[in-house]
Design a protein. Structure first.
Length: 396
């Protein structure tokens, strides 16, 4: 085993979520190469303290500032030297910590925007799992990465797969014909009646272990729609050059088709540790702990076109991408509000697209040139979504 005299410092924004857990599992396999320097959570003090006991970071941040004192007290009682901070400023501190060479941005939703930008501005290796940062502020984030001298590596399995294919091919952009994102289809791929779907059913993903919000997005295919927008910004391709295909086995994570007819695909077992290890080690390859892919067990591999009538969220995402940045912000904000309402059993699953569509219909034409402007548009879209939910009866 190669011993690194100066271990690579890693800060994890969203350490108690599924991506955070997978990242910590990978890091624990390479104690001589990496060290955890900061961990954050939104409100789960006890879980964060347990992680601090195990990894002894310099800093622990709790996003909900009301829990800062409780976190500090729990760390003190545990006999840890970890410093407790809270609120958005605490997350920003964790993202820009001098000892962190890499920052894993895995906070779900718009709540992670400022911290993600802080990591980019500080010139970190930014392992991006917060797709909302790109969906809501793609051009601004790319500019911040360039200005800060940061390195942006996608952790989402689909964009990570495209990054691997493009890096392996080393081809110029004009030699790429299209990007092909694969989607498992979620738990309702073959279900025709979506009216009585429960949160428990929507969160029971057949292939991936994810948080509740992302699981619902996968069930509506909004997750794939957000990924289409993200791919457009990350790789510089318009919506007409990004396709989505349903691939229930989740073995091929995405593909790149070139002008000569060649198609490169990245394949692996459906395990988030694989793309995380790729991003942590790039350009090296490191052990991820994920199971080896058994092609004989995985076959046959199936593909089909997505049904944009049953899964209207994907259609709405393409529409938002074509409409511009303000529409993408509105799409993301309205989806977060609608999904939260569904999870609280206030909105039927089948009505999630209708709420989003109404918010999109009133989205302003704007190209925000600051993070503050992005957040203002996000706030306005959320208020419109709540208004839509309050004005109508959504129980049927």
């Amino acid at each position: 085993m190669q011993v690194h005299p100066h271990r690579h410092g890693v800060s994890i924004l969203g350490a108690t979520g599924s991506v955070g857990a997978s990242t910590l599992d990978v890091l624990a396999r390479h104690p001589d190469r990496y060290r955890v320097v900061a961990l954050t959570a939104h409100s789960k003090v006890d879980e964060l303290v347990q992680l601090c006991r195990r990894f002894e970071p310099e800093l622990a941040a709790i996003g909900d500032a009301r829990h800062t004192a409780a976190l500090a007290d729990a760390l003190r009682r545990a006999g840890l030297r970890t410093v407790a901070v809270g609120g958005t400023e605490g997350l920003i501190e964790a993202a820009s910590l001098e000892s962190a060479q890499s920052v894993v941005a895995a906070i779900v939703g718009a709540a992670g925007l400022k911290a993600t930008f802080a990591a980019a501005s500080a010139g970190k290796r930014l392992l991006l799992a917060n797709k909302e940062a790109v969906v809501c502020a793609g051009s601004l984030l790319i500019e911040a990465v360039a200005r800060g001298g940061a390195t942006l590596l996608p952790v989402d399995s689909e964009h990570n797969a495209i990054h691997q294919c493009l890096s392996a091919a080393r081809q110029a952009r004009h030699q790429v014909r299209r990007l092909i994102l694969t989607a498992s289809g979620g738990p309702f791929l073959k279900r025709t009646d979506l009216a009585d779907v429960t949160p428990e059913q929507a969160c029971a993903h057949p292939k991936w272990n994810m948080g509740r919000k992302i699981s619902v997005d996968s069930a509506t295919l909004m997750n794939k729609g957000l990924e289409v927008i993200e791919a457009s910004w990350l790789f510089g391709f318009g919506p007409d050059l990004i396709d989505v295909v349903i691939h229930p086995q989740s073995v091929i994570h995405s593909m790149v088709e070139f002008v000569d007819g060649s198609v490169l695909a990245q394949m692996s077992a459906p395990d988030m540790r694989t793309p995380i290890a790729y991003a942590l080690g790039f350009p090296d390859r490191i052990d991820s702990g994920s199971p080896r892919l058994d092609l004989l067990q995985a076959s046959p591999l199936q593909f089909e076109a997505p049904d944009l009538d049953r899964f209207a969220c994907l259609r709405l995402a393409y529409r938002a991408l074509r409409a511009g940045p303000a529409a993408c912000i509105g799409l993301n904000a309205a989806n977060e509000i609608a999904v939260d309402s569904f999870l609280r059993r206030e909105l039927p699953f089948s009505r999630i697209p209708a709420v989003i569509e109404q918010v999109l219909a009133s989205s302003p034409e704007a190209d925000p040139r600051s993070l503050e402007a992005v957040l203002e548009l996000d706030d306005g879209a959320r208020r419109r979504a709540r208004s839509v939910l309050s004005e109508r009866t959504w129980k049927s």
